[in-house]
Design a protein around this ligand. Structure first.
Ligand code: NZQ
Ligand code: ZN
Length: 390
């Protein structure tokens, strides 16, 4: 049964080839002191930086920069950004980049006026901000996380070997607006493109593989999965295909803007496993998910058999006639595995730098979520991770 819920998503989206022009509409709404936040330099190479700086200048903004936000942004980088934002008396944070840059901007937003240690408060104790936060805007250049339209922020602490995401309950933490220009994603390396595609797909799986009720969200999810599979095959062969890339960008936003989780239970164990792998290896997010997914799904398949059967039939067009439920369900996972191999995803954690001696630590760092078909015991996590090494 559809549970009770509230739904509000205040992020305004501007989608399409000319969408950056809308910065001229959005920027005047915020104060003069802007922090431009970006990553390791891709936006300088592809010209997005120059375009954004020109619009900021035109709007008379007093701009300071936080550059070098790394993939899987760290807590040390967060402390640095808080100082910059405080020194600049920031009114507005403009993130130009992928999920890492956008997540990071949200982390700075909730930390600038926070008197406590933000790592402890937000990422260990999962508290909500009780201080003034800064508005965030996002110009997205990498597709996958959905960070452009959600309140999630993932930060890595290398000292404690923890990678932790906080999905803030307060919708004020979501970007005020996001600029989604599919053309900006055309310069992504193939590795990042397919990693993002798998991230999208897995976000949908995490919300789909939970619960036995009849739920509208699951039908929406099946449509989104079919769309991303279809477009990914085109983009994999022809990365410059605007139609496929724009559909992938739009699917990414819907996959994790909280719509398809309303009124239903969700899983998120693949992300918990992947994040702990990421804490040890600093590997690309989507690849950590790809590498643990099949061992995890094959492990929980007997507990969620009917949903895996439905997944096989409705998402992968497996013909169920004359087959047992188990056969149909396994054929669905096999079709998924074939697709993952076709995209060239990393299919085991050893290729991401994980080794046997890390397994216990990765398992200890894996948060156990209660919403999936089987609440995992520690030993089962170890077993899944060992299976993922191969
Ligand atoms: O740093 P630069 O030089 O910009 O290069 C980036 C980076 O190396 C590059 N890139 C981005 N746009 C590009 C480009 N290269 C060429 N052309 C472009 N247009 O791509 C690399 C990866 O970028 P990153 O932002 O790290 O990728 P992604 O968007 O996958 O973000 C990953 C982070 O988001 C978190 C992940 O855990 C990870 O820390 N997540 C956030 C979520 C959320 N907010 O809800 C949910 C996700 O499940 C995820 O956990
Ligand atoms: Zn993800």
């Amino acid at each position: 049964m559809l549970g009770n819920f509230s739904y509000c998503n205040p992020t305004k989206l501007y989608f399409g080839e000319d969408s950056l022009d809308n910065l001229n509409i959005e920027l005047p709404k915020y104060g003069k002191n802007v922090i431009l936040i970006y990553g390791g330099g891709s936006i300088k190479k592809n010209g997005i930086y120059d375009e954004v700086v020109e619009i900021l200048k035109k709007n008379g903004k007093n701009v300071a920069e936080i550059s070098g936000v790394m993939p899987n942004p760290t807590v040390d980088k967060l402390y640095e950004g808080i100082e910059t934002a405080r020194n600049h008396n920031a009114d507005f944070l403009l993130a130009v980049g992928g999920g890492s840059v956008c997540d990071y901007a949200k982390a700075v937003s909730v930390s600038v006026n926070c008197k406590e240690d933000p790592w402890e408060k937000y990422y260990i104790r999962f508290e909500e901000p009780d201080c003034e936060t800064l508005p965030v805007g996002c110009v997205l250049t990498m597709v996958g996380t959905g960070s452009e339209m959600n309140a999630g922020s993932v930060i890595t602490n290398h000292k404690t070997k923890q990678k932790i995401g906080h999905v803030f309950a307060d919708e004020n933490i979501m970007p005020k607006f996001a600029v989604l220009n599919p053309k900006y994603t055309l310069t992504l390396p193939h590795y990042q493109m397919v990693s993002g595609i798998y991230d999208i797909f897995n976000h949908i799986c995490e919300q789909y593989f939970s619960g036995e009720d009849d739920n509208t969200s699951d039908y929406i999810s099946e449509g989104l999965m079919r769309s991303v599979i279809y477009s990914s095959r085109i983009a994999n062969k022809d990365p410059q295909n605007y139609e496929a890339r724009s559909n992938i960008m739009w699917t990414a936003t819907w996959a994790l803007n909280t719509l398809v989780s309303r009124g239903k239970s969700t899983d998120w164990m693949v992300h918990m496993l992947g994040q702990s792998v990421g804490a040890y290896t600093d590997a690309t997010h989507g690849m950590t998910l790809a590498a643990v997914s099949l061992p995890y799904y094959r492990h929980i398949l007997p507990y969620g058999l009917q949903k895996f059967k439905r997944f096989a039939v409705n998402v992968w067009d497996v013909d169920p006639s004359g087959k047992t439920d188990e056969q149909v369900a396994e054929e669905g996972l096999q079709a998924m595995e074939n697709w993952m191999n076709e995209l060239g995803l990393v299919m085991n954690i050893s290729q991401l730098g994980a080794t046997e001696d890390m397994i216990e630590g990765i398992a200890d760092g894996t948060l156990i979520m209660p919403g999936g078909y089987k609440v995992l015991e520690h030993d089962e996590i170890v077993e899944i991770l060992k299976e993922s090494l191969r």
